[in-house]
Design a protein around this ligand. Sequence first.
Ligand code: ATR
Length: 283
Amino acid sequence: METKKLCVIGDPVEHSLSPVIHNAVLKQTGLPYVYGRVRVRGGETAAFLRRAAEEGYAGFNATMPHKTDLVELVDELDADAQLYRAVNTVVLRDGKIRGCNTDGRGFLQMLLEAGISPEDKTITVLGAGGAARAVVLKLAQSGARRIFVCNRTRSKAEALAKEFPTQITPCGLDEETLQDCALFSDLLVNTTPMGMHGMAARFEQLDFLAALPKGAAVCDIIYSPPETMLLARAKALGLSTLNGLGMLIYQAVFALEEFTDVKIDAQEVLPAVKAALNEAMNA
Ligand code: ATR
């Protein structure tokens, strides 16, 4: 059987873990695809799309700075890509270009696997950027009762709230606001890069965590380091914690399902993917 090409595009793209995850799943499932990485600069998205079609790519994933540009360049969008106005997965099939977004689905799957259902919950989300958009809108779609979106730049939280105004409340990121939101929250999710490996940005303080009710969960979509300061403090307070590794893996598995049109049993491939990621991240 002919081996088909897949890749991730971005700039920078050298450190993308997508090839590690996808190739581990491909090896495990025996699906006839290879997955590489291609550096594509901003402004060159359309040129790459043409090249991908000519070179017979079955599809590709997109990271910074292409996710938004792709929305206008594809023939059709799936419902999530349409709602988030961002594409992370492009499928080239039968001469058609389809843009999908698997980030929100990946995030939700991670929560459900951890035994956390957003339905009827009150949730605080820190950040209102691209990642927050997928997280917050998926939480709203999944029946969250109330979502406080706390962001340094309040106008961005307000813009996000307009999508589901009855469920989303825009807020600031100051300590007093965080305390107030935490008091009522079953779940708190960080989508900002504060605490990420290699980033200078840090939380000035984390006292708001103590305001969360007993039994609340704290999720950081950061996976490197595996335990951020936010998660370490939450754990010390006896709260359950979750990092972003599951989201990273599930968005990739869902993307691979889109590329191949084959249902993948995530539980079956998970150990091999985790082992490959461990090796790559500790290399
Ligand atoms: P991503 O696609 O990873 O979400 P992004 O769209 O640039 O990246 O969004 C980053 C988010 O983290 C934003 O909500 C940003 O806040 P602003 O909207 O005020 O810029 C937030 N963020 C980044 N650095 C931060 C910092 N040092 N303190 C507080 N918030 C920060």
